[in-house]
Design a protein around this ligand. Sequence first.
Ligand code: SF4
Ligand code: SF4
Length: 445
Amino acid sequence: MGFLSFLTGLTFPRGVHPPGLKEDTRDKPIRRLPFAPRMVVPLQQHFGRPARPLVVKHQEVLRGQPIAEADGFESVTLHAPVTGVVEGIELMATARGPKTESIVIRTAPGDSQVIHWARPQDLERLNRPQLIQAIQGIGLVGQGGAAFPTHMKLSVPDGYDIDTLVVNGCECEPYLSADHRIMLEQTDAVIAGIRIAMKAVGADRAIIGVEDDKPDAIAALKARLDKDGPISVGQVRSKYPQGSEKMLIKALLKREVPSGHFPYHIGVVVNNVGTMAQLGTLLPRGEGLVERVVTVAGPGITRPGNYRVPIGTPLRYLLQQVGFTGSDASHIILGGPMMGNTVSSLDVPITKGVSGVVVLPDPEAEDTRMQPCIRCGHCVEVCPVGLNPSDLGKLAAVRQYEVMEERYHLNDCFECGCCSYICPSNIPLVQYFRIAKSLNRERLK
Ligand code: SF4
Ligand code: SF4
């Protein structure tokens, strides 16, 4: 195995150690749930431009059939998650906030829901641009939560050489264990996807970074890899946010991504293990992305676990299947509790980037009222990129958003939430920073 396989305890400076809370799901095999009677597939569920519909009202569609085409390079194809009939293209609630144009499909009752549409291809014959195009055609976006189109991530700008593909198998967010199960149950698919991604970026080696609280996943991967082959496993320390790109690169390669730069500037491309498993499964078969693995966990869920969920499944339906007894969406997070987003409605659909559905305890049960800053400095001690969240928070409170960006490096904040997590005064620092960044972006439009 590669040079990192014997190293342990690799990590990055600072960060926090929230409780893992994965016990209810990590040991349970991935299961499939019944198909919802109605699916809502937003045209915009990835970074970039929304897809353009290829179907019309009352049209019959087959599971796996393209139903919307990419609108330019910064967009991806969408595929029907079920065999059924298009009810319409309507503005529907999504987790992104405003209502989004979505293809609504009535699921065909009694259909076996096998994949009916596929265009297998000989990957050996594809050159790098053709490979990128093929990846765009299967509609793959980052499965770790960011939903960045994978073909864009694997398109290295001219003038840059990639020596290492880093694969993120850390899953450092509390509750989430989908990637853990994927590494155990879809090990060969993960490795197949890594080989395709290495070819796409032109990297000679790949390192899969896995936290040391997943020894079974590390063992499963190592058992499938050649000792001196180009793909190795780097065991990293369990710490949040170990899975963020810059922190993982630092832990595994001891390289810094400079402020305002991307990993490709230092010869690295990072992808998530779930994305690699989808790539390794779907691309050789020529099938589109129609489902993903989602961790469903937290108090209020009677059947927590990892579920294979068709894209477009309404959250309300998913929660009914896992025995959720509540009705209020106010404490439900899509993604993990550190970086995920609270949903405003149970009617939003599961989209390509949703790695988890976490029901959190009622915050009213604890005293979470905000208090003044006591200048304890804890937020400064934990910020992985060395910012001063306390000062940034004070500037946000007086709406000095431009000063935050120009003099306090706001744009280096990647919204990990470590500062909010550690703050004894319950100051919602990361929310302040999200708002400030969003308003600064608006200002520049
Ligand atoms: S300032 Fe940003 S990067 Fe630093 S801890 Fe807070 S959320 Fe994370
Ligand atoms: S952790 Fe909270 S209370 Fe302490 S310095 Fe930072 S903002 Fe102030």
